[in-house]
Write a protein of this length. Structure first.
Length: 648
């Protein structure tokens, strides 16, 4: 195939993908699917709220009611007391967009007293904070060019937020009063591999933690807005302590604030309570057969999310007021993966969302009576014959078996030789649990099996699963993926002649390496902002990854690590490919700060020189990911063409 400039390449790309008409109507219909267009009615402070027609940045209404009784249980719809007629609309995205052209609204939140609304707004690929008075919707303040890698924290008095350096790394922590003009720089992180993250306290206004870390090392600061000094106090420094905890939070017990951290050692796991500004510590050890996957605080009670294979549970450490630091253990079990409802603002009730792929149960746990009740259920799909199942490969010689999530349309208990679209990621400990969205629904309704291979390097099975697929163990991610695909083929679950693969960003390392070693396995591969050349990126002193991501991939100045990365990097091993009938589709964002688009173009050119069909499109409207909300037609054409190629 001939080489061409990007204008010609983009033009050819659009012409080619427009030919895939077969699945467009199905995809367009599925794009109208939205799980959360209307939120539950939730209680916060003295008011009830509901987010309606919530599809930012295009639409969204915040509706408010006065709350008179001590009821904090969410409602799935209007009631006799909470209805359309006695409500007040306090925010309407469409009206605001007509009144002032501020940009695309990406997120909305408000202060605990609900006096101030904060909007995060994208304008020309920059993100700004705009603060509105709730009653008048007049603009109170504006903060420009913030980082959205870590979301800002709005308190009753001000906003805590981060800014990025020229590497796209959140490295500056700043504070500004809601009604103030002066911006205060609280901290600047000089360690090039560390990134700042704000960890807000749910119950203590004006207090939060700041984590500055890479994937292995770091430190944690305590910030108290109420202090006249307005400074950060370091509470964890892994140069002085044995490790950086995976989870940390803040709790207030009898007017004393404690840092709560998870711990794990050879003999036990649990949490440690350490009094702020003191060396006093209190340890709570729990069953060693599980893994802590989260720490949340409700008043003076600690809620731990636990994880073990096919077991879903939380452990509540209920504070016994008879003694200062005495807790009762209460195990709360569920049938499916369960999260705490984000709009849960009561210290007497914990609201849980127990989710399957197609539905969720809303449950309340009364902390005082220790009673768990299902309040109502919600189905995401009506009258759809769609099934899901989690299967496992057989164990290898080391006892490792790979989980695979399957979704398909049909009546059979397990698919038989079905056309298949695979997904893989496997990096940064990212949880790749399946969450139904319009893309997945489009694939299923187009009569494909959708399969996620949960390889090591991802976070599907917790921290150890992640650590077993990073650094000098990265090749495990690749072999896990190939093992998962072969298992589907050998057990006649998929049609070996109709397999497609979707991945993005760092997941493209697994996808690209698998393609190099198995050039006839996939009919087509669809990649969004693929990280395809980790070897050169980490070697280059000009590339941000060479400084910021050593914890994930390893220090490439080490000869052993350098040779190891070179051994799996897709770009460096393209020589393994002699020929292939696979069609590669790569979508890039012109404003991407995380990958080097030039490396993807170089990779594509090398594929073309081997007569492998490789299409690349650089989207001027997008950043990392290659698509924006404005690219509906482009996305429909790409997905339809991709599915058409796989089904040929």
């Amino acid at each position: 195939m001939r080489m061409m400039n990007m204008i010609d390449r983009n033009t050819e790309f659009l012409n080619i993908i427009s030919s895939g008409e077969e699945y467009k109507n199905i995809i367009l219909g599925s794009l109208n699917f939205s799980v959360d267009s209307n939120s539950y009615i939730f209680r916060r402070g003295k008011h009830w709220y509901r987010l309606e027609n919530w599809d930012l940045p295009d639409s969204g209404v915040i509706r408010e009611w006065q709350a008179d009784e001590e009821d904090f249980i969410p409602k799935d719809g209007y009631t006799e007391k909470i209805n359309l007629h006695n409500s007040e609309v306090i925010f309407d995205v469409q009206i605001l967009n007509k009144q002032c052209k501020l940009g695309d609204i990406r997120q909305i939140t408000f202060t605990d007293d609900c006096a101030v609304i904060m909007a995060i707004i994208e304008l020309q690929h920059n993100f700004n904070i705009v603060l509105f008075d709730k009653k008048s919707l007049e603009i109170i303040n504006m903060i420009k060019n913030i980082s959205v890698e870590t979301l800002p924290h709005l308190t009753k008095n001000g906003v805590l937020f981060c800014r990025n350096d020229n590497l796209g790394r959140p490295n500056q922590l700043c504070y500004k009063l809601i009604h103030g003009d002066e911006e205060h720089l609280l901290y600047r992180e000089e360690e090039i591999s560390y990134r700042l993250r704000i960890i807000p306290s749910r119950d203590i206004d004006g207090v939060c933690l700041i984590k500055s870390a890479n994937f292995q090392q770091g430190k944690v600061f305590f910030y108290d807005e109420r202090s006249n000094e307005s400074k950060l106090n370091i509470v964890i420094d892994d140069k002085k302590e044995s490790h950086l905890p995976n989870y940390c939070n803040l709790i207030e017990i009898l007017d004393e604030i404690y840092l709560v951290t998870s711990f794990r050692n050879r003999n036990s796991i649990g949490v440690c309570l350490k009094k702020i500004d003191s060396s006093e510590q209190f340890w709570i050890k729990i069953n060693n057969s599980t893994v802590i996957k989260g720490v949340e605080i409700f008043g003076s009670n600690i809620l731990l999310k636990l994880s073990s294979e096919s077991c879903y549970s939380y452990l509540l450490l209920k504070h016994q007021k008879s003694k200062k630091l005495n807790f009762k253990e209460i195990l709360i079990k569920f049938n499916n993966d369960t999260i705490v409802y984000e709009n849960c603002y009561s210290n007497n009730y914990i609201i849980f969302l127990e989710r399957s792929i197609f539905s969720e149960n809303v449950l309340s746990f009364d902390i005082n009576t220790e009673n768990l009740q299902v309040k109502f259920s919600k189905s995401f799909l009506e009258n759809e014959d769609i099934k899901s199942k989690l299967i496992w490969t057989s164990c290898d010689e080391n006892g490792i078996k790979i989980p695979i999530s399957l979704l398909w349309k049909g009546k059979e208990e397990l698919p038989y030789k079905k056309k298949c679209i695979l997904y893989v990621y496997g990096a940064y400990g990212k949880d790749d649990s399946v969450k139904l969205d319009p893309t997945i629904l489009s694939i299923i309704k187009s009569n494909f099996l959708y399969a996620v291979v949960h390889v090591r390097g991802g976070g599907f099975l917790g921290g150890e699963w992640y650590r077993s697929g990073k650094g000098l163990k990265k090749k495990n991610s690749i072999t896990d993926f190939i093992k998962g695909v072969n298992y589907l083929i050998e057990n006649d679950i998929v049609d070996s002649s109709s397999i497609g693969l979707i991945s993005s960003s760092a997941g493209a390392i697994v996808a690209g390496a698998a393609f190099n070693d198995n050039p006839y396995l996939f009919k087509s591969i669809l990649l969004f902002s693929p990280f395809i050349d980790p070897y050169s990126s980490l070697l280059s002193k000009k590339d941000p990854l060479s400084k910021t991501e050593l914890g994930e991939w390893g220090d490439i100045s080490n000869k052993e690590i350098q040779d190891y990365i070179k051994g799996y990097s897709p770009m460096q091993n393209i020589g393994n490919l002699k020929q292939s009938n696979t069609t590669i589709i790569s979508l890039l964002g012109e404003n991407d700060i995380y990958i080097d688009n030039r490396s993807v173009i170089e990779w594509s050119n090398k594929l073309c020189m081997k007569n492998i069909k490789s299409l690349v499109y650089i989207n001027k409207n997008a950043g990392h990911g290659g698509v924006s909300h404005k690219d509906k037609d482009l996305f429909v054409n790409i997905l339809s063409y991709f599915l058409s190629v796989v089904s040929r």
